[in-house]
Every structure is written in structure tokens, then in C-alpha cells.
Design a binder for this molecule. Sequence first.
Ligand code: HEM
Ligand code: HEM
Length: 210
Amino acid sequence: MTEIASAPTPAHRPARRWDPVVKLTHWSVVIAVIANALFTEEGSGTHVWIGYALAAILVLRLLWGLIGPAEARFTAFPPSIGRALAHLRDIRSGRHVEHRSHNPLGALMVYAIWSCLGAVIASGIAMAGLPGQARNERSDTAVSASTEIERGEDADEGDEGGEEEGALGEIHEVAVNLLYLLIALHVAGVVFETRRSGREVVLAMLPGQR
Ligand code: HEM
Ligand code: HEM
């Protein structure tokens, strides 16, 4: 991780230099999460397809962590409790260290969000199936009649299947709620870092800043 001790820099200067892939994947993830949290019927076709898109975006960002520019690579922001604690000491003592990529606390948050997204996606796909073999897509308005009939026909094995699906649904729900908590902490962290450093951290994530 590249770290440069420095005096606070003037406000309105972008804090970091994010490439277009990092920016695009970030805001696409934000849109997908908001869409599935607020605007789609849980388990509907739209919900599941947005879920597949979310999975593809996450895979792209993780690949970019291996082959992308320096500040986007995992090596630029390794998960490290030691560094995170050192960063907390810097905050307490008012010392400003410029980080080329996510700061060490931010890095822990990024890995936590990615892991949580992974759990949401895995549990979602376990319920819905992969694209092309979708098994639990509902119509956008309500549970479709055919799904109801299929469920009725499967009544013999239904109890076990239903239990498994119920458990997956629980895992999905818990992971989603944990994700909401992490997002709240993430946005609070971004606001805190912007105020503390006086740098436009959010501006650096927007198009046109490089
Ligand atoms: C971050 C994005 C997502 C959010 C916020 C989200 C949110 C939710 C919520 C709140 C539920 C209701 C949980 C319950 O009461 O059991 C649900 C259900 C469901 N989700 Fe997601 N979800 C997301 C991503 C996905 C993905 C990636 C897939 C699969 C590709 C998926 C597939 C499903 C299915 C099949 C159900 C129906 C579960 C049932 O029948 O009980 N979701 N989702
Ligand atoms: C669904 C909600 C959100 C999720 C899941 C999310 C997730 C993430 C992730 C995974 C990263 C790491 C980016 C990467 O390296 O590819 C990140 C960075 C960032 N996010 Fe978000 N984010 C969300 C909402 C927001 C919002 C609303 C803002 C604006 C206030 C924001 C501002 C930022 C900024 C400025 C960074 C870069 C932090 C840094 O400079 O180290 N995010 N976010």
C-alpha cells in the first residue's frame, strides 16, 4: 500500500484517482442494491435478473483487482487489522497520511461489503438457480400460478425442499440486513473521511475526475 505522510491538502481536491471501471462498478452495484431493496418484488424475475447483473459486476470488479491499475488492485489495499489500528491511532492523533487507494479502515469495509454481497448472491442463486435454469422466479406482481401448481405437485418432496428454501431465504435475508448495516457504516465513513481530510472523497468516485 502506498502511503505518503502529508499536511492536509486543500478542500475540493479529489482524494484519489479511480479509473472508470472502479467508478462504473461502484455505482452499478449501488443501483442494483437499491433496485432490489426498494423497487422489485422479492424473488421476482426482475429481482433475480438484477441479481445476476450484480454478480457479473462483482466478478468484473474482483478481476480488476488482479489486473487493473495500481490503485484498484487488492495489493494496494490489503485487509490488515494492524494497519487499521494504526490508522485509528493516526485519526486520534490528528496525523494525516495520504493513501493512494482505500485507507486501511476503508479497505476492511470494502472486503466486508464484497463478502456480504457474495453471500447475498450465493444464497439468491441457490434459491433461483443459474441463468437458463431458473427455478424460483416469480412474476413481478405475485407468485405465478404455474409456480403454485409446481409447488403443489412437488408436495411429497415439498417439505424438505421447502425447508431448504426456507433456510436459504433466511440466509439471504440475514445477509441482506447485514449488507444494509455495512452500507450505513460505509456512507458514515465516507462522510467522516471527507470532513477529517478536507478532501472531496465522493467527487473522486464521480465521472470526469481522474
Ligand atoms: C443486494 C441485492 C439484493 C437484495 C437487497 C435482495 C433482497 C431480498 C429480500 C429482502 C428478500 C426477501 C427475503 C425473505 O423474506 O426471505 C429477497 C428474496 C429473494 N431474493 Fe433477493 N436480494 C438481492 C439479491 C438477490 C440475488 C443476487 C438473487 C439471485 C440471483 C436473489 C434472489 C432472491 C430470491 C429467489 C428470493 C425469494 C426468496 C423466497 O422465496 O423466500 N436476490 N431478496
Ligand atoms: C448500495 C450502497 C453502496 C455500496 C454497496 C457501496 C460499496 C462500495 C465499495 C465495494 C467500495 C469499494 C470500491 C472499489 O474499490 O471498487 C466503495 C467505495 C466508495 N464508496 Fe460506496 N457503496 C455504496 C454507496 C455509496 C454512496 C451512497 C456513496 C456516496 C456518499 C459512496 C461513496 C463511496 C466512495 C467515495 C468510495 C471510495 C472510498 C475511498 O476513497 O476509499 N458509496 N463503496
